[in-house]
Design a protein around this ligand. Structure first.
Ligand SMILES: [Zn+2]
Length: 247
């Protein structure tokens, strides 16, 4: 019953997305991720159980606090929505295989990073360390072919970004470079290359769209997230299509 599993994975993902919002918002600010419980930042009143339902509560409350009417903004609800949708995509793409674990970890990492990078321009070392370790375990259970492509991908991703950062004065942060080590573990060399290419294009479009000059830095993390997830799910097909244009 694929449809029921899809619904399950959406709810599962949206619930985790809600938690990743909290992690991405509170950890970089040095706050506990368990205490206090979810509350309105404006009136400090705790949210009611019904207001904690991911995505749905935002729609029902029209993005306002039930008690004081403060607007919440759609950002956190969108994180929940996309985490849920990407969990469905992962399930549909891989089914109940070991790779599904890697996929869910990969999506989770990007959900947290997107929040912390947009809110604070920070990609935390401890987030990279935790997910890097879990992904190494995931890649032992579900190895790439050949298995050492994991190691090669990590070295390649980290090395290429380090090189780029040395030649470009701004834009690339240390967090982005370390992030590409973890991305390389998941993707291997070829897809890491595609991820860097896509992320750069997306990052450039975002920079133009936000009408900011190259002097100002904009968070690159969300562009890396989008580029890497496209590379992960569709990179091989994209690569074959692209090379077929020339050969
Ligand atoms: Zn309030």
């Amino acid at each position: 019953m694929e449809i029921y599993y899809s619904i399950f994975f959406f709810l599962f993902g949206a619930a985790f997305g809600s938690f990743y919002n909290v992690v991405g918002m509170r950890w970089p600010a040095g706050k506990s991720i368990v205490q206090p419980g979810s509350h309105c930042d404006a009136c400090q009143k705790p949210l009611m159980a019904l207001d904690l339902i991911p995505v749905l509560s935002y729609v029902l409350l029209r993005g306002k606090c039930r008690q004081c009417g403060e607007k919440f903004g759609a950002f956190h609800a969108l994180i929940e929505l996309f985490t849920g949708l990407l969990f469905i995509l992962a399930y549909v793409h891989f089914g109940f295989t070991a790779e599904l674990i890697v996929a869910l970890l990969f999506i989770s990492l990007f959900a947290i990073i997107t929040v912390s990078d947009i809110c604070y321009m920070i990609i935390q070392d401890k987030v990279l360390l935790i997910f890097g370790s879990l992904i190494v375990i995931g890649r032992i259970i579900s190895p790439l072919t050949p298995w050492w492509d994991t190691v090669a991908g990590a070295v390649f991703g980290f090395g290429l970004l380090l090189l780029v950062s040395m030649f470009s004065k701004n834009g690339m942060g240390g967090g982005d470079i370390k992030l590409y080590f973890v991305i390389g573990l998941v993707l291997g060399v070829k897809l890491t290359f595609i991820s860097i290419f896509l992320s750069s294009v997306i990052g450039l479009i975002v920079a133009v769209f936000l009408k900011r000059g190259f002097g100002k830095t904009i968070p690159f993390g969300p562009s890396i997230a989008v580029g890497s997830l496209i590379a992960y799910f569709y990179g091989s097909e994209l690569f074959d299509w692209y090379t077929s244009l020339f050969f």
